[in-house]
Design a protein around this ligand. Structure first.
Ligand SMILES: [Zn+2]
Ligand SMILES: [Zn+2]
Length: 479
């Protein structure tokens, strides 16, 4: 008897495999992928990020004034450059970026070389093309000190390159090529990155300037359910990660409260809007050890990236920035969310991220604004690595969020709107920072507000937080 059952089971298993295989052939690889709609961990673009350039800011001078001073000191005028025969002329549109002296006062500093550097006779400034200057700042190669040339202008950034053929950085990269690679390089120089490159981000973001919080006009007292019902809904919806439909049916079946799943979403949105200014501007006791990672959420059927940043010791989420792109601008905004939560940026602030170069570029962006921190990149994230030990709590938070959100992807097409998604993440962060006991914190919550923690149950705790958030808004609207 048991033999028959066993062989039947085996037959069923084989048939199942055949069915899956046939489906795969019929629907094609891509449709099957759609069937199991999961985010794919896409490879980020590998990009070598070079060290920071030397930033030289200079005072703008007036060459006419300088010529006058020269005359007063020497008793004779400063003569324009006399060019020897056979010397290439300096074209008329070349002006000194520092003092504005015209071409007649400009030397060619490197003779006939293709990528000319100039020297101003009036103020002794060496420079490249005058387009390579950012108002009164020159970016120089950290390896050879030559002024970098702007070679590309993109929407959010400029690309600068050291074109010096004698630059030590270039020469040492060239040396490292095998003879076969060298031949390829000669045939197709674009295929290799040998010269020093710097990306200068031009996005309009003043780091650390907290936008004054947008104070929402939400009045939860006008909702039709009792406050306790609201607390219950938030507990199911966020703490237990139930979908809005599950929450609606549990409210109906268990608690006898008749609400629709849309009402659950509306209550969630209203609570999130109220909580956001409070949660964003809370005076968090942060340490100097931070880590971050990206995960995915689906908004309107499209995958978006959530940039989570997290205090590794206190387990406090400091950023949950959502962006349709996994780019440097998004990384900058997420890091800015985190940095602006510090009263003072700690001297030894270290941030751990995966190997994506966007984090190094973001670090350069902040450094160019005088804000410094270290970035440690963990590639591969194997668990025996000492750095990933620190990283693991973040991974766990992200996994928990992913498990919760998966239900959204399966039942619906993700979040219907970008705002719904952001609101859910605000609720998730509120829950994680203020309400969720953490094992590695001795089962304490990351941020202990005694007035909240002492309350006997979760609905009451949510209501107390909403109360505090409302008070925060009243206080700041008055100011
Ligand atoms: Zn000059
Ligand atoms: Zn150089």
């Amino acid at each position: 008897m048991s033999n028959i059952i066993l062989s039947l089971c085996l037959t069923i298993q084989i048939q199942l495999k055949i069915i899956i295989y046939l489906m795969w052939i019929n629907l094609g690889k891509y449709s099957l992928k759609k069937l199991y709609d999961e985010p794919v961990r896409k490879e980020y673009r590998k990009l070598q990020v070079d060290s920071m350039p030397v930033v030289e800011s200079f005072e703008r001078l007036d060459y006419l004034q300088l010529l006058k001073e020269y005359f007063a000191e020497h008793g004779k005028p400063l003569k324009p450059v006399s060019r020897r025969k056979g010397c290439l002329p300096v074209s008329e549109d070349i002006l000194c970026p520092k003092c504005g002296a015209p071409h007649s006062y400009i030397y060619r500093n490197n003779g006939k070389a293709k990528n000319t550097q100039y020297l101003c006779k009036v103020c002794d400034f060496t420079f490249g093309n005058s387009t390579d200057y950012l108002k009164s700042v020159a970016l120089r190669c950290p390896h050879c000190n030559r002024v970098l040339e702007r070679i590309k202008k993109r929407k959010d950034f400029n690309v600068f390159k050291c074109k010096n053929p004698k630059c030590s950085f270039y020469l040492s990269n060239l040396k490292r090529l095998s003879s076969e690679e060298r031949n390829r390089y000669i045939a197709d120089p674009q295929a290799f990155k040998l010269h020093y490159i710097h990306r200068e981000f031009t996005i309009k973001l003043k780091p650390l300037s907290k936008e004054s919080p947008v104070m929402p006009d939400v009045d939860l007292s006008k909702i039709h359910s009792s406050p306790y019902t609201l607390g219950l809904i938030l507990s199911y919806y966020v703490n237990y990660g139930m979908s809005s439909r599950m929450v609606a049916s549990i409210m109906r079946d268990i608690h006898g409260v008749n609400i629709s799943h849309q009402t659950v979403i509306n209550y969630g949105n209203a609570a999130a809007m109220l909580l956001k200014p409070f949660v964003d501007n809370y005076d968090y006791p942060l340490t100097s050890s931070i880590c971050g990672d990206e995960t995915y959420v689906k908004v309107n059927g499209k995958w978006h990236y959530v940039f989570f940043i997290f205090d590794t010791i206190k387990k406090i989420i400091t950023s949950h920035h959502v962006s349709p792109n996994r780019d440097t601008v998004a990384a900058i905004k997420a890091i800015d969310d985190t940095l602006s939560k510090y009263k003072e940026i700690p001297e030894k602030l270290n941030m751990v991220f995966d190997g994506n170069p966007i984090y190094l570029l973001a670090q350069h962006f902040f450094a160019s604004h005088g804000i410094h921190f270290d970035v440690t990149q963990v590639i591969g994230l194997t668990n025996d690595d000492p750095v990933s030990e620190e990283y693991r709590p973040l991974k766990q938070v992200i996994e928990r969020l992913n498990r919760t959100l998966k239900r959204y992807y399966k039942s619906t097409n993700g979040f219907g709107a970008f705002d719904n998604c952001q609101n859910y993440l605000t609720l998730f962060t509120t829950w994680h920072n203020f309400l969720r006991p953490h094992k590695s914190l001795g089962y304490r919550v990351p941020v202990n507000i005694p007035g909240v923690t002492k309350l006997p149950n979760m609905p009451a705790k949510w209501l107390e937080l909403l109360d505090m958030a409302q008070y925060y808004i009243l206080e700041h609207q008055a100011a």
